[in-house]
Each structure stands twice: as C-alpha cells, then as structure tokens.
Design a protein around this ligand. Structure first.
Ligand code: PBG
Length: 337
C-alpha cells in the first residue's frame, strides 16, 4: 500500500491539515456520527417492591423493582433513547430456571409495565437462564464422562419456551445470549409456531468468555457456582471462529447479530460487517463501563469525551447499534452538545 507516498510525490502540495483548520469544515469532513437512534440501554429488573439499588461496581446503574421502572423508563424516553434490553433477577432460582418461563415472571411483568409507561419504547429481552438457575449456568446441567456441563439440547427446548413467553408478554425483539448450538433456529421455530413470525431475533453471535462481564454478574447475581462459561462462550483468541458462529446464526434466521464485548473486539465487528453486511450490534459491557467510571471518578479521564470517542469508534468499526450502560448520559450529551 503505497497510495499516500505515491500521491504526495505527484502532488507534494497536499496538506491534510488544511481540512482540519476550520471547525465547520471539520464538521463537514466527519465520516461517522453517533446519534441517540444508535443506543440501547440495558436495565436490571429485580424482584420485590420499591427498590432502586445502586450496583457498586457500576456507579449510576441500578437494580429496579417492577413498580419503580417508570422512573428510568421515563428518563430514557425523555432523553430520546429508543430501546431497552431487559435482564430479570427473580426471587427464586432452581436447577432448570423455571422462573424464566413463567407468565408472571420478572421480565414478563417488566415488559407490561414498560409498555404502559412508554408505549413507543422498543423492548428487547435478553434470553438466558443464568439469572434463573441456582447454579448460575446458562441452562440445565448434565454430566457426561465425569464432566458437568450445560445440556445444550435441553436448553434449546427451554429457550423456545422462554422466547414465546417474552413475546406473549409483549417483547419486540428477542436477544438470546447463551451461546448454545442451534439456539437461533430453535427460538425461530418456537416463535413461528406460536404465531410470532414478525418478532426479530438479535443473536449474541460472537460472545466471548470475557473477564469484562464481572460487574454484570454482581448486578444480575449470575456468577456460576462452579467452573466458568468457556464450554459455551468463545475463546477471546479466536476470530475465524467468530465468523463461523455468525454464519451459523444467520443461517438459522438471526435478523441482527451481536459482538460482545465491544472494545477489545472491534476487529471482529469489522470482519462481520464486511463478510455479511448484516445489521450489527455491539455490547459495550459492564467491565468496560466500570473502567471508564472508575477512571473518571478519580479525575484521570474526561468521562464525556472518553465515552463519545469510544462509541464513535464503534460506529467507525461498522457497528449499527450499541448496547451501553452509558446510553442515558450519551443521549443527554448529544441533546445538548
Ligand atoms: C447472560 C449475559 C451476560 C451478559 C449479558 N448477558 C453475562 C455472562 O455471560 O456471564 C454480560 C453483560 C455485561 O457484562 O454487561 N448470559
């Protein structure tokens, strides 16, 4: 690639800085823009009543009871955040995670509550069992050759039921996060059979076994009681495999694919966008949020500038929509630059 040297040899008068002199010209030259339309705000819905509990490792983020959800939802709606992603933390957990499927389950109740508060809000629900199982893994367990692991196909059956239950409660988009083989196909089949052919699936397609999920597991009380998630989430070292995982999800009917986490995986996002050209989401996860908040609290970085730079970088990488705990702040900053 000798494009620039060749060009400058022929046109030695080219000076890139010329286009950076006037602020209005810099605006004209800007290739990527972050807008409020790009944002999806994750929310933690907790069992009980009258609860707004700050998550200590995620300053500014709270566990909310259903009866108080109107507060964050109204704030998000007023700021122009168009979508939320719901996580539920139920009162009771069991080996199969039954609470995830119940019509009066925590997420099902939250969906109805949000629909009342902000009828136009797009409601996306995270589909997984780790918050509902007493062992904290993403589906029921089985032991084969002395190794205990999530039972893939038993989980598929339950995921289908969970997806239909969320759709019946009024969810607009279903986002399966468990990284089970065949999960998108199983959920698509179950949704279609129940008449929900128009509910899209946003698949966590390239989800890595990441240390950046630590604060989330405090918030969602979903730390595995033993072992880790490396038999279902991906090895952070693998890029080709992320392309294969994404191809599978698309073949099974995923409408939107996701990369997670975001910051350390922007190469994966770019590869997915260039390979498939499909709608692409990225999850700016809890540990990424916590790092920014911690440094900003100490006065070591400028929070607003840092966050806007990160999220604009996601757009530049080819990401269409961003799941981020910064959503409310970002929307407010964009409204009053
Ligand atoms: C559930 C799930 C996790 C996250 C989103 N959905 C945790 C995990 O896989 O352990 C992490 C989100 C975050 O860190 O912000 N499977």
């Amino acid at each position: 690639m000798d494009v620039f040297p060749a060009t400058s040899a022929r046109f030695p008068q080219i000076r890139p800085r010329r286009l950076r002199q006037h602020p209005r010209l810099r605006d004209l030259m800007r290739e990527n823009r972050l807008t409020t339309h790009d944002l999806i705000a994750p929310l933690f819905v907790y069992h009980g009543t009258n609860l707004k509990r700050e998550i200590s490792s995620m300053p500014g983020q709270f566990q909310w009871s259903v009866d108080r959800l109107a507060e964050p939802i109204s704030e998000l709606a007023e700021a122009g955040v168009p979508a939320v992603l719901l996580f539920g933390i139920p009162a009771e957990k069991d080996p199969l995670g039954h609470g995830a499927i119940h019509p009066q389950g925590i997420v099902q109740q939250a969906i109805r509550q949000i629909r009342q508060t902000a009828p136009d809000m797009l409601i996306i629900t995270d589909l997984c069992f780790c918050e509902y199982t007493d062992h904290g893994h993403c589906g029921p367990l089985t032991t084969i050759s002395g190794r205990t692991d999530v039972d893939n196909d038993a989980t598929l059956e339950l995921l289908g039921q969970q997806a239909v239950s969320h759709a019946q409660a009024g969810a607009d988009v279903i986002a399966p996060s468990g990284m089970m083989d065949g999960m998108v196909g199983a959920i698509r089949t179950a949704l279609d059979a129940a008449g929900f052919t128009s509910i899209p699936i946003m698949a966590y397609s390239a989800k890595f076994a990441s240390a950046f999920y630590g604060p989330f597991r405090d918030a969602a009380e979903s730390t595995p009681a033993f072992g880790d998630r490396r038999s279902y989430q991906m090895d952070p070292a693998n890029g080709d495999e992320a392309i294969r995982e994404t191809a599978l999800d698309l073949a099974e009917g995923a409408d939107i694919v996701m990369v997670k986490p975001a910051l350390a995986y922007l190469d994966i996002a770019r590869r997915i966008k260039e390979t498939f050209g499909v709608p692409l989401a990225a999850y700016n996860v809890s540990g990424e949020y916590a790092m920014v908040k911690a440094a900003a609290e100490r006065g070591w970085i400028d929070e607003k500038r840092t966050v806007l730079e990160m999220l604009t970088g996601f757009k530049r990488a080819g990401i269409d929509m961003i799941l981020t705990y910064h959503a409310l702040d970002v929307a407010r900053w964009l409204n009053q630059p």
